[in-house]
Design a protein around this ligand. Structure first.
Ligand code: AMP
Ligand code: MG
Length: 344
């Protein structure tokens, strides 16, 4: 049975019980500022294996270790490079995951056999309290069934994980709504997955940072993934998702024409509109997912809306954003949800 605790209303907010369950080898879903995580004792390979089972996650896709103190990385990495020190001081706690060579303390189950380990310190009171209570780093991927949109509320976690895990701690909706930026410092500093800590912010703090080619393009046959997670179908709802590129006028024009064709042929379509473009869609079925001038607002709503229309629509139309700042993270998730299908 899955127990349930509400961190926003209950005095005993679930972190004490959660810490105990984690120490005993159990699985606990918890809120962070990015998305909900599905946590287990990161030093216990057996416990970590249960995460892969509950999610149906491919065994070669490594997990992120979550720590409550910056200093703890000394035990988990072979050593701490200068670049990591600077970036941890600038962005931790926060939505930045750093990948570096692992120490012998980290079980192979966490890293899927890779010689590197990904670590992050979340900027969320409940997450930090849970890690402290557990007294160990918590290995946690997003708390969704593999392939589905990541959970940004406790209700989303329930939809996917009820009956499969020991506890869900409800901390309300997640602030960012997209997973952390993943940056590797093993070799040339490279962003493997974009997030709310943007390339521009990282470059201002450290210097040149590369982008992995798989961020905005599907992997080619035979190509090896810098980050195994990039290989898989991701963030995908049941319904079809189509992306329209171009400036707001051009993109909404393309969407209107494609929408009309689909609706005429009897399909149930919905448009993810923005504050700026909503008037262009007139009386077509729209939901505003944010403000194009503030990509963070679109990021915060994307996964929740994809889940909402997963079964409630046959096709979702969405506008592309410029691939800069948080727009890069948005496009990375949206294109994957769409299986890279665009209307042009
Ligand atoms: P999730 O926690 O579900 O958001 O997934 C974690 C992401 O971090 C996945 O895309 C993983 O492939 C990536 N990741 C975790 N550890 C490593 C690592 N050692 N090297 C490269 N990517 C990693
Ligand atoms: Mg995930």
């Amino acid at each position: 049975m899955t127990q349930y605790a509400n961190a926003t209303t209950q005095k005993e907010n679930g972190t004490v019980l959660g810490g105990k369950l984690i120490r005993e080898g159990g699985l606990v879903a918890f809120p962070t500022e990015t998305v909900y995580g599905l946590g287990a004792n990161g030093l216990d390979g057996e416990a970590v294996r249960r995460i892969f089972e509950a999610k149906g996650r491919p065994g070669d896709n490594p997990l992120i270790l979550h720590v409550a103190k910056k200093n703890y990385v000394k035990r988990l990495w072979a050593h701490v490079p200068e670049s990591a020190r600077v970036l941890m001081d600038t962005f931790w706690p926060g939505p930045l995951t750093i990948v570096f060579n692992k120490s012998s303390l980290v079980p192979d189950e966490v890293t899927a056999g890779l010689p590197t380990v990904a670590i992050r310190m979340p900027d969320h009171k409940t997450a930090l309290a849970l890690i402290r209570e557990a007294g160990v780093p918590i290995a946690a991927p997003s708390a969704n069934t593999s392939g589905r949109p990541s959970p940004t509320s406790a209700q989303h976690v329930r939809e996917d994980m009820d009956g499969k895990i020991d506890l869900i701690i409800d901390g309300g909706p997640c602030r960012y709504g997209l997973e952390s930026t993943v940056l590797t410092l093993a070799g040339e500093p490279t962003i493997l997955r974009p997030g709310a800590v943007t390339r521009e912010m990282l470059e201002a703090a450290w210097g040149a940072i590369r982008l992995a080619p798989s961020i905005l393009a599907p992997m080619k046959a035979g190509e090896t993934a810098a980050s195994p997670g990039m290989k898989y179908r991701h963030y995908a709802p049941e319904c079809e998702v189509l992306v329209a590129r171009g400036d707001p006028r051009a993109a909404s024009g393309k969407i209107c024409r494609a929408y009309d064709r689909r609706v005429l042929s009897g399909e149930n379509a919905v448009i993810f509109a923005t504050t700026q473009t909503q008037p262009f869609y007139r009386d077509r079925r729209c939901v505003i997912i944010g403000d194009r001038a503030e990509p963070a607002t679109l990021c915060a709503n994307l996964f929740a809306r994809l889940r909402e229309y997963s079964d409630a629509a046959d096709v979702v139309f969405a506008e592309a954003l410029p691939e800069e700042g948080m727009g890069l993270a948005y496009m990375n998730r949206l294109l994957r949800a769409a299986g890279f299908r665009t209307i042009d």
